[in-house]
Ligand binder design. Structure first.
Ligand code: IMP
Ligand code: MG
Length: 187
């Protein structure tokens, strides 16, 4: 797996340090409320697992499924499932968490759904932000790192279902994209 990586963009150490700072930022926002963290599967699992262990505040954790990338790096139709029921959201402050903010379609669709299910407030937090790719108007309230327009994997992010378990964030070698046609695509 490591052989497929062209270069490392964010090391384990850089990720760890930034997550601690993000957590401090977030803890200050929710000093007087118990937020519900809604993490987008599967890409945010590594990030959210590290983040919540740095948050010294009462919180609830929920997940939502989003599938947007159907083939390789090309976005397909967005499908959401497993959204928390209204009774878990009504009147609550929600922090929506994803691995990466790209076109913005995923987070803006989920944010709208959470709002229509009665959330009092929806803030957003992403590990990575690719601002040049934005197709809908959305800026995250908490951003780990801004990255260039490059397909990245690791620390939860996948290509064709693989590489989520890399402990760093890296860019794939071009030959991996070229040989990807036979690989299975997972959400
Ligand atoms: P958006 O709806 O275009 O903002 O896409 C967000 C989703 O696309 C993320 O949750 C990721 O699953 C996926 N995605 C976007 N860019 C990358 C990337 O560079 N590597 C891996 N997944 C990505
Ligand atoms: Mg995702």
């Amino acid at each position: 797996m490591h052989d497929d990586i062209e270069r490392i963009l964010l090391t384990e150490h850089e990720l760890r340090v930034r997550v601690v700072h993000l957590a401090a930022e977030i803890a200050a926002v929710y000093a007087h409320d118990e937020p519900t963290l809604v993490a987008v599967l599967k890409g945010s699992v590594v990030f959210v697992a590290d983040l919540i262990r740095c948050l010294p505040i009462p919180l609830r954790l929920a997940f939502v499924w989003a599938e947007s990338y159907r083939q390789g790096t090309r976005a397909g139709r967005l499908e959401l499932s497993g959204l928390p029921p209204e009774e878990d959201l009504r009147g609550r402050r929600v922090l929506l968490i994803d691995d990466i903010l790209d076109s913005g379609r995923t987070l803006s669709a989920i944010r709208a759904e959470l709002g229509s299910r009665g959330a009092r407030e929806v803030r957003t937090c992403v590990l990575l932000d690719k601002p040049v790719r934005r197709a809908v108007e959305l800026e995250a309230d908490h951003v780990g790192f801004r990255v260039e327009d490059l397909f990245v994997v690791g620390y939860g992010l996948d290509f064709a279902g693989r590489y989520r378990n890399l402990p760093y964030v890296g860019a794939l070698k071009p030959r991996v994209f070229a040989s990807a046609s036979g690989m299975e695509r997972a959400p």
